[in-house]
Write a protein that binds this ligand. Structure first.
Ligand code: 6CS
Length: 339
């Protein structure tokens, strides 16, 4: 069953009162590596998580945030989480090399057209707590705690894109995973991989001709300044997984694990509202600046991309095997139930 908005937070708050009354927690510091800079969706999530942990443990648990750049590049963050050098991290597109099954979030035209419905499906017990999803991370020394959609992915380019033909040969930058490269090749593009922190100059110098980000990132990383068009196809949401080091997680007291689960439940609605607000506000900033053309694809135009994206589901299954196949089947069934 999907939650009504407001209901999940209320339930979680009820649990908080019951869950934290008796427990006294040992003083500890958790380091949290982010793939994004201060002011981003991941930063807002982590900052609220830190506040909640502080409140719920009477100050015993302190969460330190390490925004993008402080721990090195993206894969350095995942390495640090796998080794236990940091306890917590976000992982999204670049995580495909570490947790191949996480590329399920890179598939296009799989979820519904409603962001709140998708957020609930991805955080439901049936998906998040399924053995297959949990094992995909746990077999790589990580433990998935929550799934965080950060807004619709939006293309940018120096030309209008309405059809796959318009994308032909475009050196569009994708995050480093095979699924994304296969998807954009299926659209006819010629994808290139660039680290997040090097992307502005790659776009400026023409080494990359197009980009794929949620609006807040196009704005806060200033990518839109070196691209002429923002193109809304609502083909996928940007999705990150909030995860911990597996052995660290397994070593936590059950009371503390319960507190983390209470926090993650409260954060489902909090971050959904926050990401929508950030993406809406930052689109206004881009529009006010006045140098970017906004293009919205019609349902018919989207359909042409959806048809090309469908066979890439088989690539995902070939790449990640039976566990991935079951994960995709599970996700498609949940989407079908809630569409
Ligand atoms: O495109 C990227 O590499 C990055 N974009 C966002 C919005 N978050 C993290 C990710 O690595």
């Amino acid at each position: 069953m999907l939650w009504q908005k407001g209901f999940c937070a209320a339930v979680a708050l009820g649990l908080v009162t019951a869950g934290t009354q008796a427990a006294a927690f040992e003083s500890q510091t958790w380091r949290f590596g982010l793939e994004e800079i201060e002011g981003s969706v991941q930063y807002e999530y982590a900052a609220r998580f830190a506040e909640l942990m502080d409140e719920k443990t009477d100050g015993a648990v302190s969460v330190e945030l390490y925004p993008y750049g402080q721990l090195g590049g993206l894969t350095d963050i995942y390495d640090a989480a796998q080794s236990g050098a940091i306890q917590l991290a976000f992982g999204s597109g670049f995580l495909g090399g570490t947790v191949p099954e996480s590329q399920i979030f890179s598939l296009n035209f799989v979820l519904t057209d409603d962001e709140w419905t998708n957020t609930q499906i991805l955080n439901s017990d049936e998906f998040l707590l399924s053995d297959d999803f949990q094992e995909a991370f746990r077999n790589r020394d990580l433990h998935p705690i929550a799934v965080v959609p950060e807004g619709w992915q939006v293309w940018s380019a120096n030309q209008e894109i309405r059809t796959p033909e318009d994308m032909s040969g475009l050196a569009i930058r994708t995050m480093d995973n095979r699924l994304l490269r296969e998807t954009y090749q299926a659209y006819g593009a010629d994808p290139v991989t660039v680290e997040y922190g090097e992307l502005y100059s790659a776009l400026q110098l023409g080494q990359a001709e197009g980009n794929i980000q949620p609006v807040f990132a196009h704005e806060e990383m200033a990518f839109y300044e070196v691209q002429d068009y923002l193109i809304f196809a609502n083909h996928a949401q940007f999705i990150a997984t909030f995860m911990g080091n597996r052995d660290w997680w397994d070593g936590l007291d059950d009371d503390l694990k319960d507190v983390v689960h209470e926090a993650r439940q409260e954060l489902v609605e909090y971050i959904h509202d926050k990401q929508q607000q950030l993406n809406t506000d930052r689109l206004e900033t881009i529009k006010d600046e006045g140098s970017t053309e906004i293009v919205e694809l019609s349902d018919e135009e989207r359909q042409a991309f959806a048809e090309k994206a469908e066979p890439v589901r088989d690539v995902f299954v070939d790449m990640v095997g039976e566990r991935g196949e079951r994960m995709l089947e599970n996700l498609l069934n949940l989407v079908e139930e809630h569409r």
